[in-house]
Design a binder for this molecule. Structure first.
Ligand code: PNS
Length: 163
């Protein structure tokens, strides 16, 4: 049976923590769909959904069983539409737990056939988040090693553009 996993998120932008989860998931499942949330409140994101998709594609092009696209609406509906029944989420610190717990139970309530699997982050990336990276980059701090090298310039340029 072809096992497809969906790894959803905002990915604004993708970090090395996300990439690590993608790589590890791609070793377990036949196909991993990285699903970028198309948020109606566009102001809340640095990059558009299309730009976020393209950044992820840029840094995952060497992984054969990855697909990247954006989605709108309920995640469980999207997962079903993609013929999957598995949601992947990364877990960092205990502080992630409450949010993830709530989301998982709500998704299960919406569709009990869909399971959420949690991947523990690599210790090196346990403090990373897209928000912290944007903040550091905004004030000119170094982000090498925190996001894939190939997108460092994209982040600084986008921040400059949006100022
Ligand atoms: O990277 P994030 O921002 O923590 O990802 C959150 C995401 C995209 C997984 C979540 O916001 C989501 O699934 N949104 C779609 C709407 C939905 O299905 N909501 C019900 C579950 S609470």
């Amino acid at each position: 049976m072809n096992k497809i996993a969906v790894y959803p998120g905002s990915f604004d932008p993708i970090t090395n923590g996300h990439l690590d989860i993608i790589l590890r998931t791609s070793n377990i499942f036949d196909k991993v769909i990285v699903a970028v949330l198309e948020n109606p409140d566009k102001k809340s994101h640095l990059f558009t959904a299309e730009e976020r998709v393209n950044l992820i594609k840029k840094v995952t092009s060497n992984i054969p069983n990855i697909e990247v696209e954006s989605f709108e609406g309920l995640l469980v509906n999207y997962v079903k539409k993609k013929n999957s029944s598995v949601i992947i989420r990364g877990l960092r610190a205990i502080s992630d737990f409450e949010y993830e717990f709530q989301m998982t139970l709500m998704n299960r309530n919406l569709n009990p056939d869909i399971e959420t699997f949690f991947m523990m982050t690599k210790t090196d990336y346990s403090y990373l988040s897209s928000s912290v990276i944007k903040q550091v980059a905004h004030f000119g701090g170094g982000i090498k090693g925190l996001v894939p090298d190939a997108i460092i310039d994209d982040i600084y340029n986008k921040i400059k553009e949006s100022n």
